[in-house]
Ligand binder design. Sequence first.
Ligand SMILES: Nc1nc2c(ncn2[C@@H]2O[C@H](COP(=O)(O)OP(=O)(O)OP(=O)(O)O)[C@@H](O)[C@H]2O)c(=O)[nH]1
Ligand SMILES: [Mg+2]
Length: 141
Amino acid sequence: MGSDPASVAFDSVNSAIARQADVLIIDTAGRLHNKIHLMDELNKIKRVIQKVIPNAPHEVLLVLDGSTGQNALEQAKQFTQTTDVSSLAITKLDGTAKGGVVLAIAHQFKIPVKYIGVGEQMQDLQIFNKYEFVDSLFRLK
Ligand SMILES: Nc1nc2c(ncn2[C@@H]2O[C@H](COP(=O)(O)OP(=O)(O)OP(=O)(O)O)[C@@H](O)[C@H]2O)c(=O)[nH]1
Ligand SMILES: [Mg+2]
């Protein structure tokens, strides 16, 4: 709390290497796409990580709230402009919105959707399966 996010990321990478960890997940919290300095900070985090591991980060997962419709699209647009997003997770597809936003985002950004969120429990974060997803869109109640 209160320290520079990039230096936290730097320490995390070094610590992961020291502990011989296989995976390090860096979760950048509360980053609104309309706060330019927070977006720029993402690139600083990336540069700092690359001082230790030149080809890192190996994956950049953008998590979007699917219940916000157009706003999710706008966020995807802003984030992909400033950051090399490699995959998407789209959450809150358990509400009344049937998740058509997934189609719009996948179509517009050509970035694979890896996970979907359909509730608040751990098992509700699911690996995205395009066939099951299309089926669920047309499933009659
Ligand atoms: N119904 C529903 N709730 C969800 C889903 N995914 C997350 N939530 C809830 O949404 C709230 C916010 O989730 P977080 O994971 O804290 O969101 P975040 O994107 O990490 O937020 P920041 O770290 O502040 O940027 C929590 O109460 C979650 O339980 C989902 O797929 N469906
Ligand atoms: Mg968070």
